[in-house]
Design a protein around this ligand. Structure first.
Ligand code: GDP
Length: 445
């Protein structure tokens, strides 16, 4: 997520972190680059300008705190300002689905991921909130789109309104309403037709459906990779139909992410969810903190600093810092990491905050890592001898058998752990060389 912007800002703050003190000239240089980066990331000009102005007035003249380096301080100010803009007035609220049946109107251009998102949200409401959900496609122009929703519905075990040929969008919406009342549904999703571009006919149709259905939520689905266009689409839909929130899709790609920032600033509408892939579970609530951290490209170092202070013992951190900076990472290090992860909210929690580890966190999630897994892995490491922990290359078949048996687990699980350790050790080696890890660890102390 947001790689192009992150890389750029990462470079800026790299240089700043190395500089001794925070002068006005430093702030200016950094902010000039932040501005270019924002524009390159497709943040609209007025938004970038306001953003820089706000950061500048906060950064200059602020006393440099002893506990952090000047660079870290600017990072924190930029970070906090990003969060402020992304979050708007407050935390994005949950979907309004009281007073059943509640209608959720899904709008957006064709190809934005509207149908996929509709099904993802339906699945979420069904599984997380125990809601009975009905899906209805209003895309009368494209029978394939109607079928797609029905297929996705079947896949996630959510009912969809039977397709009747020849009905208008408004007629389908009416039928969905009746069906929802009769069938005791809690939530009805109306997946409206998309077009390649915004046109009057489409807007008229969506308005007519809106007037009939009286939706509790009108969610605009936009492709997060389309940058400035996404903002125009949002502005347009908001003016014509009135939206209650935005879902940004394709935030799993290496998109530019500027859309998130300008969309929030320009439409004033909250980003409610982000789409993170094609699978039905690949959707998350929008978290300004997290996204701001990613935009900064250093992982959420600010949050890491804060969290790490509470849990890390200085001694251990120091020892690790020395080792990581050298690119060293053995089983003892992995064990400390696993134990810290348990304390800091699990694997995803920690990895999502470290630079470059976002992808690994995702892979870990897909592989089914959780706290139980962490506990099993710690048990495996406990079952190794001192020598083996220091040098996992020693682990041949007979040793593996002994270790697995000692932990009451299968050798296959030990092999997975070893593979994971190898990946992390390789990464540490790379980061150690680049000096990146040194900084991240320094930030923790
Ligand atoms: P619609 O025309 O707006 O209804 O778009 P679809 O829901 O049919 O989605 C178009 C394509 O985008 C499909 O291949 C989806 O699987 C894919 N897609 C949707 N959301 C995401 C997302 O968040 N990430 C990725 N990588 N692909 C997505």
């Amino acid at each position: 997520m947001f790689e192009s912007l992150s890389e750029r800002l990462g470079g800026v703050f790299d240089r700043l972190t190395k500089a001794g003190a925070l002068s006005e000239a430093d702030v200016d240089t950094a902010l000039r680059e932040v501005r270019v980066a924002l524009l390159e990331a497709d943040v609209s000009l007025p938004v970038a300008r306001d953003f820089i102005k706000a950061v500048k007035s906060k950064a200059t003249g602020q006393a440099v705190t002893k506990s952090v380096t000047p660079g870290q301080q600017v990072v924190k100010i930029v970070h906090d300002e990003l969060v402020r803009v992304l979050a708007g007035d407050g935390e994005p609220e949950a979907l309004k689905i009281d007073n059943p049946p509640a209608t959720i109107l899904m709008v957006g251009l064709q190809g934005s991921g509207k149908t996929t998102t509709t099904a993802k949200l339906a699945k979420r409401l069904k599984e997380k909130n125990g809601k009975k959900v009905l899906l209805a496609s209003l895309d009368t122009q494209r029978p394939a789109a109607m079928e797609q929703l029905a297929i996705l519905g079947a896949q996630i075990g959510v009912d969809s309104l039977p397709i009747v040929k020849g009905e208008t969008a408004v007629q389908i919406a009416k039928r969905a309403k009746t069906q929802a009342n009769l069938g005791g549904y809690d939530v009805v999703f109306l997946d409206t037709a998309g077009r390649l571009h915004i046109d009057e006919v489409l807007m008229d149709e969506v308005q007519a459906v809106r007037d009939l259905a009286q939706p509790r939520e009108t969610l605009l689905v936009v492709d997060g990779l389309t940058g400035q266009d996404a903002v125009n689409v949002a502005t347009e839909f908001n003016a014509k139909v009135g939206i209650s929130g935005v879902v940004l899709t394709r935030m799993d790609g290496d998109g530019r992410g500027g859309a998130a920032l300008s969309m929030r600033a320009i439409t004033g509408k909250p980003i409610r969810f982000v789409g993170l892939g094609e699978k039905m579970d690949a959707i998350d609530a929008f978290e300004p903190e997290r996204v701001a951290g990613r935009i900064l490209g250093m992982g959420d170092i600010v949050a890491l600093v804060e969290k790490a202070r509470e849990t890390f013992e200085a001694e251990q951190a120091e020892r690790m810092a020395r080792r990581f900076a050298k690119g060293l990472f053995n089983m003892n290090d992995l064990k400390s990491q696993l134990e810290q992860m348990m304390k800091m909210g699990g694997m995803q929690g920690l990895m999502g905050m470290l630079p470059g580890m976002g992808k690994m966190a995702k892979a870990a999630e897909e592989a089914g890592f959780d706290d139980r897994m962490l506990r099993r892995q710690i048990a495996l490491i406990n079952s190794m001898t001192k020598k083996e922990r220091a040098n996992p290359d020693l682990l041949q078949a007979s040793r593996k058998k002994r270790i697995a048996a000692g932990a009451g687990l299968e050798v296959a699980e030990l092999n997975r752990l070893l593979k994971q350790h190898k990946q992390m050790a390789d990464m540490m080696k790379k980061m150690g060389k680049g000096g990146m890890m040194k900084q991240a660890v320094k930030a923790m102390m």
